[in-house]
Write a protein that binds this ligand. Structure first.
Ligand code: ADA
Length: 565
């Protein structure tokens, strides 16, 4: 399942879920040499670490399967996450190269002959020279086709993407609809796009589209009487778009999206949804589970959200990468507010100087916004967690990436989580000021005082009148380790630290939101240095452990989040 609703009624699609053949090759083997035998069979979606032979394997993994084209013509593949580099071969020909585990990509083959074809994907999760964002880190970069993939038989002209931007003016809702149409044929075509949303039928437009090109068609329409989307009432509407080729009565292609009508703004130091101030009571989370790695099935996503909601939280920060769209669909349905961020955690200035850093970040930003634009749950785009926002050279990257995001989406506030409490120089660039703080864990400060001091400093460092968020705070707690002296690492001490922070943060009116680090324990990359030698090779600051068993902190969070309105 790629989404929680049907995305096409006309286009023929086949999910590529199931067992694929699998093998590995050493990195010294030349790129052009294909494996001759595939001795294993692995599930897709899935991570190869779930197989006993590959629990710590890092390198090249080859996936192979057959696809059947029912008629000669254009076909399309959509991969929602291959970790972390993919080379896709169709009948032995390289048709795509993609970097980044956490963003979707698609491939069109304009002239696939009818019959059976071979699809091979060489996946690479090694920390090579070519990787600026996937580096040994405080989470694990798994290997495999970790998110769903689909195979589609498309028309020569098809709907590539639809974006809807909700507008609220003079007490009325409308929506700016933008449709991207692509012509993969060798002739110019005239097409018409029609749609239906919230019981309104409409024509988006009729256009001429050149051979082998794309075109955008836009129209703003009124949608009277829609119920706005909010946490309390997460009302969603299906948007059906149909594409008509000139002279043909029946539509030749379609795309169904889901939208919610809501406006998210920052004003007077507050985050406002549909004009009302909201407070984010959230958790940070990694997509990770010992049994499935980063390839969480729907059941586990639902179970995570059930626990998160049970604690009284209303928000999630997708640390530290864009999420699986099924999870975002669930957040849309449940009215969970989402801070979604690009993929970059704790990169030093040295690491930001990697020659591919800017390009890989910009691709990640673009793929994140293009694919996740319609989710009403996403209320903040974030970038570059704990990177070098305290240097002039780092600022160039923050400025460029925030400009890129603003250009692609002017409807959402932007932020980044900083750990440079008294030396950050990029606060003026963001709409929301956000700091990761660890009072009681990495520093001894009392949480309220620390927060007040940072706020005071941020106000004169470019952050004045902007909402202020505590984007991380927490402490290690090893599941089952309980001891009367409440030493660091016990469940008791973790609950004390998180409880004290919540007590102080929740009572401060200037704090618009908070995200506890973190929802569940997660695997980290093994290495040297304090970060990569964490006990049990995991980050143990979860409120629940890696298997989702609640620690003492769970009750503490539940008490505070539920008590607070
Ligand atoms: C940072 C970082 C997290 C995690 C955390 C910790 O704030 O953003 O990814 O590493 O510290 O546990 O130390």
């Amino acid at each position: 399942m790629i989404r929680l609703f049907q995305t096409h009624r006309i286009r023929r699609i086949d999910e590529l879920e199931g067992m694929w053949e699998f093998t590995t090759t050493s990195e010294d083997v030349e790129d052009s040499v294909f494996p001759t035998t595939y001795d294993f069979s692995l599930p897709v979606p899935g991570c190869w670490e779930t197989h006993p032979r590959f629990q710590t394997y890092r390198g090249h993994g080859w996936y192979r399967r057959k696809v059947t084209v029912s008629r000669s013509g254009p076909i399309r593949f959509e991969f929602h996450g291959v970790s972390h580099t993919a080379d896709v071969y169709f009948d032995g020909r390289l048709v795509a190269h993609h970097y980044n585990a956490y963003t979707p990509f698609s491939i069109v083959i304009p002239d696939a002959p009818e019959g059976m074809h071979e699809l091979v994907i060489r996946v690479d999760n090694s920390f090579s020279e070519a990787s600026a964002l996937h580096v040994p880190n405080d989470y694990y970069t798994y290997g495999g086709i970790i998110r769903p993939a689909v195979f589609e038989e498309i028309a020569e002209v098809f709907v590539e993407r639809v974006h809807v931007t909700p507008i609220y003016e003079d007490g009325e809702w409308s929506g700016a609809i933008n449709v991207l149409v692509r012509n993969v044929s060798s002739t110019k075509r005239v097409i018409e796009i029609k749609g239906r949303l919230a019981d309104v039928d409409f024509v988006v437009g009729t256009v001429e589209i050149e051979a082998e090109s794309s075109i955008e068609i836009s129209r703003t329409l009124a949608f009277p009487g829609v119920t706005p989307w909010s946490h309390e009432s997460p009302q969603l509407y299906l948007l059906e778009t149909r594409l008509y080729d000139q002279g043909i009565a029946e539509p030749i292609d379609d795309l169904i999206e889901r939208v919610g009508f809501r406006i998210i703004r920052t004003e007077d130091g507050q985050i406002r949804l549909n004009g009302q101030e909201i407070k984010l009571k959230g958790v940070c989370r990694h997509e990770d589970h010992p049994l499935v790695g980063a390839a969480l099935p729907l059941q586990l996503m639902v179970a995570d959200l059930d626990l998160i909601e049970d604690m009284g939280a209303n928000a999630i920060r997708t640390t530290h990468y864009p999420y699986d769209q099924r999870f975002l669909d669930l957040c849309d349905e449940r009215g969970i507010y989402v801070w979604e961020e690009n993929h970059a955690r704790g990169l030093s200035l040295e690491q930001m100087r990697h020659p591919l850093f800017a390009e890989q970040c910009e691709n990640c930003n673009r793929e994140m916004v293009e694919n996740h634009y319609n989710h009403p749950s996403i209320i903040i785009w974030g970038i570059l967690n704990e990177c070098s926002s305290d240097t002039d050279e780092g600022r160039v990257h923050y400025e460029r990436q925030l400009r890129q995001l603003r250009h692609m989406d002017a409807s959402r506030p932007l932020s980044y989580a900083s750990h440079h409490h008294f030396s950050d120089i990029c606060l003026d660039l963001a709409d929301i000021v956000a700091f990761n703080v660890y009072p009681g864990w990495y520093v001894d400060d009392e949480p309220g005082h620390l927060s007040d001091r940072i706020k005071k400093w941020a106000d004169q460092a470019g952050g004045t009148d902007k909402p202020f968020i505590m984007s991380e705070f927490g402490a290690d707690g090893y599941y089952g380790f309980r001891a009367p002296p409440r030493v660091k690492g016990t469940e008791e001490r973790q609950a004390d630290i998180v409880g004290k922070a919540l007590e102080h943060f929740l009572e401060r009116p200037y704090i618009s939101g908070m995200f506890i680090w973190q929802f569940c324990d997660c695997r980290v990359t093994e290495g040297t240095g304090w970060l990569l030698t964490r006990a049990m090779t995991q980050n143990s600051k979860g409120i629940v452990d890696a298997y989702r068993r609640p620690k003492l902190t769970y009750e503490t969070v539940r008490d505070f989040y539920r008590k607070d309105g």
